[in-house]
Design a protein around this ligand. Structure first.
Ligand SMILES: [Zn+2]
Length: 189
């Protein structure tokens, strides 16, 4: 058990920091937000545990993955398995509505300010709640965009239609063989 005194002291420091932050936000000429994975975790985008087990139980059973992120690096033998994995990954983290209000509250704090966001997050949450795309630098891309596999051009391609289609049409994971293939996503790519 922690003593009451220590908890209150810590809480007081914590609230002082929040008050200071509030004052800085209110008086700043411009605000630059740096956002990493922790912000999306706080918003409900957890990559392990219940959410992972719900959507990836077949992959967990077959490959022993412990979380969504590390499974994404697995060198799947077939493009069908690769895209079965990635279509789910993209669908639940980009197209499903998960945010518990965290991004909306952040937007509420800065929307009338001269703000800019630098982020490694690729789940599109800033734009979903209204952040101006021209005030965002998402340095690692966006789950919702495909790019040319030959890298011959700078173009990106909206992937919502195809990701929803692959997500909906894939079949159950086979236990011991690759013969039973997933929906052949590659024909679209
Ligand atoms: Zn190209």
């Amino acid at each position: 058990m922690f003593s009451q005194r220590k908890t209150m002291k810590f809480t007081a420091n914590y609230w002082n920091n929040i008050r200071r932050m509030k004052r800085e936000i209110e008086t700043a000429d411009a605000i630059v937000i740096g956002a990493g994975a922790g912000l999306s975790t706080a918003a409900g985008f957890t990559y392990s545990g219940e959410r992972f087990e719900k959507y990836f139980s077949d992959f967990i059973q077959k490959y022993g993955f412990s979380d969504m992120y590390s499974g994404g690096f697995f060198p799947f033998e077939t493009p069908e398995e690769h895209w079965a994995y990635w279509s789910r990954y993209i669908y639940i983290n980009r197209y499903m509505d998960v945010d518990n209000g965290t991004y909306q509250r952040l937007f509420g704090l800065v929307k009338d300010k001269d703000y800019f966001v630098l982020t490694t997050n690729v789940d599109h949450q800033f734009q979903k709640v209204g952040f101006d795309k021209h005030r965002l630098f998402y340095t690692q891309g966006d789950y919702g965009l495909f790019q040319c596999s030959e890298l011959c051009c700078q173009k990106t391609f909206d992937n919502e239609g195809i990701i929803r289609k692959i997500y909906n049409e894939q079949n159950n994971m086979p236990d011991h063989t690759h013969e039973y293939l997933y929906f052949p996503a590659t024909k679209f790519l």
